[in-house]
Design a protein around this ligand. Structure first.
Ligand SMILES: [Zn+2]
Length: 264
């Protein structure tokens, strides 16, 4: 029993380090687009590495580290410990941990900035091809594995691209209607362009035909949450005629859905 607790120290430590990396990537990538020295969000002064990694407050203005920083640390430790004890059957422990870190970074950046960065999509495509090939070559052999992963990627990207084009058409129609009504145009998008790349990455990862299930589940989840949100607006009598058009960021829902298929 004692030994089991001692062994759990390893994934806990690893999870803490992974959390630090997720936080670091989410702090710097959306701002500088590279792995730069982290800076305080309030005063802009650079952190000293030691203080940053110890999660200390800013030396200059005293601003404490964000709630997200702590939540990521806790979630990351918890999920590493959990998937150490109950590893993903599809991924195994090491690859599972890498995918967890990747999903963590994408989710935090998407939630905070509504942004899916191209460099992270490129890294994700490489990781996705590796994961998808591994999953599908077990039963079908290497070549078929690569093929099914690529097919999933093309399907995920292609389907979301078509939906994105359709969303753009709707947005253009709406802008024209608003102009005609004398209202100012806004920059509302029905489906973010970054979600198209994300769907491609997840398609590579899950491969064909699982990407189809994952996208359907993701769109359903997004739809249900948006519907609840809309009902809440109606209940508070703040429903405006065009609330239906409000941007749905599908990114996090796709990730939840891919997480479900890969880990649970
Ligand atoms: Zn500061």
């Amino acid at each position: 029993m004692l030994l089991m607790y001692l062994i759990l120290l390893f994934p806990i430590l690893l999870g803490w380090i992974a959390g630090l990396f997720i936080n670091y990537a989410s702090d710097v990538l959306p701002v500088t687009r590279r792995f730069s020295k982290p800076a305080c969000t309030q005063c802009g002064n650079h952190f000293a590495w030691a203080g940053y990694l110890m999660l200390r407050a800013c030396r200059t203005c005293g601003k404490k580290r964000s709630l997200r920083t702590w939540m990521v640390q806790i979630l990351s430790v918890a999920s590493f410990a959990y998937f150490w004890l109950y590893p993903s059957k599809a991924l195994g422990i090491p690859l599972g941990m890498i995918v967890l870190v990747y999903f963590g970074i994408i989710t935090v950046i998407d939630l905070e900035h509504r942004l899916i960065l191209h460099p992270t999509s490129l890294v994700g495509a490489a990781l996705g091809l590796l994961v998808g090939t591994l999953i599908h070559s077990r039963a079908n052999g290497l070549l078929a594995g690569i093929g099914l992963s690529l097919l999933g990627g093309v399907f995920g990207f292609g389907l979301m691209y078509l939906l994105y084009q359709f969303g753009t058409l709707v947005a253009r129609f709406r802008a024209r209607k608003m102009q005609a009504a004398g209202q100012a145009e806004d920059e509302e998008e029905a489906l973010g362009g970054g979600d198209v790349y994300l769907a491609g990455v997840l398609g590579l990862m899950l491969g064909w035909p699982f990407i189809w299930d994952a996208l359907v589940l993701g769109v359903l989840l997004g739809g249900v949450v948006s519907l609840l949100f809309l009902l809440a607006l109606v209940a508070r009598r703040r429903y405006a005629g065009d609330a239906l058009m409000t941007f749905i960021p599908y990114g996090p829902y796709f990730i939840i859905s891919a997480f479900y298929f890969l880990f649970l």
